[in-house]
Ligand binder design. Structure first.
Ligand code: HSE
Length: 463
């Protein structure tokens, strides 16, 4: 057996030219990396970009050892290079407003601009120049993923985007690589931290939706215009990416059914609590054998016993069901500069390693080409809250409408009306049925004479 190497001097000065000496002070010295640096360009210096630049500088020694070559920041593209403040220690000479020009002179381009253009153009320019790309841009991937994958394939470079879904949580690499030998059947996720925070505030502190959104804005979770989060656009883009990776098929954001949390009321939250549930905005993508994929984003009642019910505040979690692995749960911070930067820098290290080793990571895997099925085919359960006339035959009439749509009732609960004399609150929970039949049932119930109001109809998931 060979003798262990003597540990390096834990307190002696490190040679700043030697990344191995800077890395892991006090641990056994790692071999010095080859000299040729991997040139990194960062496009966008917002909350995430600032943290990425900081981590690249702070962890330079460790990252060089992990990559096998130093990472050299060759430029940072911003809208206005003269604007202040900038991250401490950032050499202002690296700033440029020419994102596309910068993308053409790096080995690894990190796109953190967001939105469609100029991000798309800059990424295509990077590929054309032979650079690998790391991006956190879920909207761009959901809208133009196939085009970007194809351009990366033609250029023989990597496209990595772990930070695009659920921030710091490693979920895309597990789907792309760790579960590549399994058959994923369903992914159920809380992938939007802002809406999870809002719903949690409504549940835990009794806030109404508007007050909870204002609170989320104050804390920096929600934008001044919160619609991308509140209306479910952000979650739908993430659902499209999850579905594409999980099911080896192309699912665009337009193929995802989307309903945000804008209509969730304090009464819905109270009713959920009364039946042992919490309301979560879920992204659900599921495979229907070889027929296709259903991808949907909507609020849902989740039983308190389900692991997703315990995801509080702005945290995210993704629950994966696979044929061989069974159930897996990934949990962590889905937003925020530093957590998201962790995923971005992890991707930078990976693609830089590939550059050094002359290899590539997995490209697009869409060999199944399954169609996106209409949400009407989704199987779900519904909790329907009705205000009904408290008269003989009303329960029978309600039951007849439900049965007439081929839907089976799991539970019925009537409580004395909070809506005035002669009225009662009736809550019906259905067994699993097709979404189309359930929505038709709700429509028919709304038209019954005995029904004064459909007070709420929320899907029940996770049971
Ligand atoms: N706005 C998103 C969220 C973070 O609240 O989860 C970025 O995707």
């Amino acid at each position: 057996m060979s003798q262990a190497a003597a540990p390096s001097d834990p307190v002696g000065p490190a040679d700043p030219a030697d990344p191995a000496a800077l890395a892991g002070r006090g641990r056994p010295a790692a071999p010095a990396p080859p000299a040729a640096p991997v040139k990194v360009a960062v496009l966008g210096l917002g909350t995430v970009g600032g943290e990425v630049v900081r981590l690249l500088a702070e962890s330079a020694g460790d990252l060089a050892c992990r990559v096998g070559a130093p990472l050299e920041l060759v430029g940072v593209a911003v809208k206005d290079p003269a604007a202040r403040p900038r991250p401490a220690g950032l050499d202002r000479a690296l700033l440029t407003d020419d994102a596309i020009g910068l993308a053409g002179r790096a080995d690894v381009v990190v796109e953190l601009i967001g939105g469609i253009e100029p991000a798309r153009g800059a990424i295509l320019a990077a590929f054309a120049a032979g650079a690998s790309v790391v991006t956190a841009n879920k909207a761009l991937l959901a809208a133009h993923g196939p085009e970007l994958y194809e351009a990366a394939r033609r250029a023989g470079v990597d496209l990595y985007f772990e930070a695009a879904v659920a921030g710091a949580i490693p979920i895309l690499r597990p789907l792309r690589e760790s579960l590549a030998g399994d058959t994923v059947t369903r992914v159920l996720g809380i992938v939007n931290g802002t809406t999870n925070y809002v719903l949690d505030q409504m549940t835990s502190n009794g806030l109404d939706l508007a007050a909870a959104v204002r609170q989320a804005q104050k804390l920096g979770y929600a934008e001044a215009d919160p619609s991308a989060d509140v209306d479910g656009h952000d979650a739908a883009a993430k659902a499209a990416i999850l579905a594409s990776l999980a099911f080896h098929t192309r699912i665009p954001a337009a193929g995802v059914y989307r309903q945000g949390i804008g209509a969730v009321t304090a009464a819905d939250v109270a009713a959920a609590r009364a039946t042992g549930h919490v309301i979560k905005l879920l992204a659900i993508v599921e495979r229907r054998e070889s027929r296709g994929v259903i991808a949907r984003v909507h609020p849902a009642l989740v039983p308190l016993a389900h692991p997703l019910a315990a995801v509080r505040g702005a945290f995210n979690a993704v629950y994966v069901e696979a044929e061989a692995a069974g159930e897996l749960m990934f949990y962590g911070r889905g937003a925020g500069g530093l957590p998201t930067a962790s995923a971005v820098v992890g991707d930078i290290v990976t693609v830089a390693r590939h550059k050094v080793g002359g290899t590539l990571g997995p490209g697009e895997s869409t060999y199944l080409s399954l169609p996106a099925l209409p949400v009407a085919e989704a199987l779900t359960r519904l909790q329907i809250r009705l205000v009904v006339r408290d008269e003989p035959g009303v329960l029978a009439a309600v039951a007849e409408v439900i049965a007439g749509h081929g839907v089976s009732i799991e539970a019925v609960r009537q409580t004395p009306g909070s809506h005035g004399a002669g009225l009662a609150d009736l809550t019906v929970v259905t067994h699993q049925a097709a979404e189309g039949a359930l929505q038709a049932t709700v429509g028919a119930l709304a038209g019954l004479d005995a029904v004064a109001q459909v007070a709420g109809a929320i899907r029940v998931e996770g049971e």
